[in-house]
Every structure is written in structure tokens, then in C-alpha cells.
Design a binder for this molecule. Sequence first.
Ligand code: TYD
Length: 203
Amino acid sequence: MTRGKFITLEGVDGAGKSTHLAFIADWLRGQGREVVVTREPGGTPLGETLRELLLHQPMDPDTELLLMFAARQQHLAERILPALARGAWVVSDRFTDASYAYQCGGRGIAVERVAVLEAWVQRGFSPDLTLLFDVPPEVAEARRAAVRAADRFEREADSFFARVRNAYLDRARAEPSRIRVLDARQSIAALQDEIRALLQSLA
Ligand code: TYD
């Protein structure tokens, strides 16, 4: 049995990545793949309980980071790794790049701390492809403003999201073959063409 591929979607809140999840899953299923669609924080019953806390309960930044990785450990053990082992492709709305972007870029936690947790939880495992939906701050801000019940992250200042975006772009520069930057200001159709080409190159 060939191991499946692991694809992650990233971007600041308001970049519009969620719109493309369904397209990716449908396209892969059309190629005859078993597809597991999931998200972080979350993806398991325990992870979804942690997500509720992470999105709504005030907490220390290091507590936030540790809970993100606790949820990630459970997600890998219970859902992602078993699915990949049976040959399914897994598409996750966010993964560890979000911890570097939000907890390091946004909150100011040292990159080394996240690297320690990444090595602990992932043991060298990482996504096969990461799509980074990139938009200028003002575009993301306008899209966020349309969200009614903002969570703890979505209520952050514009400067927070500017740092998150820069941290994402830094990671993309460091790992250009895994992290593909997509200009999320383009039309949905244009983005789908780009995404399809990237998925084809992975298969
Ligand atoms: P998000 O994926 O944007 O979900 P929705 O589209 O339903 O709002 O929300 C998850 C939030 O969690 C997002 O603001 C980013 C944050 N987050 C981190 O800060 N660190 C992480 O490691 C992950 C996975 C998410």
C-alpha cells in the first residue's frame, strides 16, 4: 500500500483558504483517492474540545502554544498518520506552519521553542505540500470584518496579522518546494487552476 499524501492550507484569517478546501477534496476524489478533510486546532474529539478553549478562553501565550501541540499530537496519532498509512490523502485546514506564524510571528514566542515541540510531536514528519493563501493586510482585514462572531485570534489588531503574514512568508522562503505561495486576491477560478496544477505535480 502506497502511503497517502499530506496537504495543508495556511494563511492569515480572512485569506479565504476555507473556500478552497472543498475544491481540493472534490478534485482528489475525482482522481479516485480516498480523502480525509480535517483541521487544526481540532480534527479529533479531544482536539475539538481544545479548539473551543483555544479560540475563546483567555490564556498565557505558552499555554496556547502547548495546547496547539497537544491537539496536534492527538490529531497525528488518531487521525492523520493512520489515514496516510492506509493510502488516504489528508487535507488539513492549518498545521504547524500556523504555530510558527501565529505563536512566533503573532505572539512573539521564540522559534526555537516551536522547533522543539515540532521535533517532539512530528519526529521528522511534515506535509508533502502546503498551500499558503497570501493577501495584503487590508484585504484580509476587510474579509475578517465580515465575520460576525470573531474569536480570540480574529479580534487581534492589524499589526498582529501583519506579523503573522510575514512569518508565513519567511517560512515559504525557507522551504520553497513544500510551501507554495498563492496570491489569494485572484479570482476563485484562477486560484483553482493553480491549485489543480500543484496537485497534479504531487500525484
Ligand atoms: P481558522 O482555521 O481560521 O478557523 P475559522 O476559519 O473557523 O476561523 O481558526 C483557527 C485559529 O487558530 C486561527 O486564528 C489561527 C489559530 N491557530 C494558531 O494560532 N496556531 C496554530 O498552530 C493553529 C493550527 C491555529
